[in-house]
Design a protein. Structure first.
Length: 185
């Protein structure tokens, strides 16, 4: 009798996890196709039965973000970080969402935390962009010059630096950088 109960319970758990995987695959397909409303519906359903499934939560958070539902994206990224406080990708997603929602102070703090954990030109450029949007041109310029010091051919950083110089009232310096970019292409 005990063997029958164990077999039945094992079968039930296996079936439930398989259903979660199937639902994830459906939601992931919608996510890859950028059909975020369907991805949201599918992933929300999946989380009703599997509330701590991080892969589903991440795609749901990004689906909210890319649908411009920043409040739900922020909430979902925060839930992920409650489950996995060291989740660097969730921190990056949260920082990005906060910056898109003009919550620059918190976004800046998160990007600085991320940079303390990993050296990343992309994160430096993201933080520089937040500084730029928040009209903190001096900090944006310093970060971008650091990026360019390590990779002088980083065209994105050069373009961002040109914008920073332009917005900070140094159009001649910006023009020189833009001309360099044009000559490189």
């Amino acid at each position: 009798m005990t063997c029958v109960l164990v077999a039945f319970a094992t079968t039930g758990v296996y079936h439930a996890s398989q259903q979660g995987d199937i639902q994830y695959a459906k939601g992931h397909k919608f996510f890859r196709e950028r059909d975020y409303s369907k991805a949201i519906q599918t992933h929300e359903k999946n989380l009703e039965k599997n509330p701590l499934r991080l892969d589903v939560m991440m795609e749901l958070a990004y689906s909210y973000q890319w649908s411009k539902d920043y409040a739900k994206a922020t909430e979902t990224f925060r839930k992920i970080l409650q489950v996995d406080p060291k989740g660097l990708e969730a921190k990056k997603g949260l920082a990005e969402t906060l910056s898109w929602n003009k919550e620059y102070s918190e976004a800046t703090g998160l990007y600085l935390e991320i940079l303390a954990e990993e050296e990343s030109a992309t994160t430096r450029k993201n933080l520089a962009e937040v500084y730029l949007w928040n009209e903190n041109y001096e900090s944006a310029e310093a970060l971008l010059r650091e990026v360019l010091g390590k990779d002088p051919k980083d065209t994105q950083a050069k373009f961002m630096l040109a914008k920073t110089l332009q917005y900070s009232g140094r159009p001649k310096e910006a023009t020189v950088l833009l001309e360099d970019l044009l000559n490189e292409s």
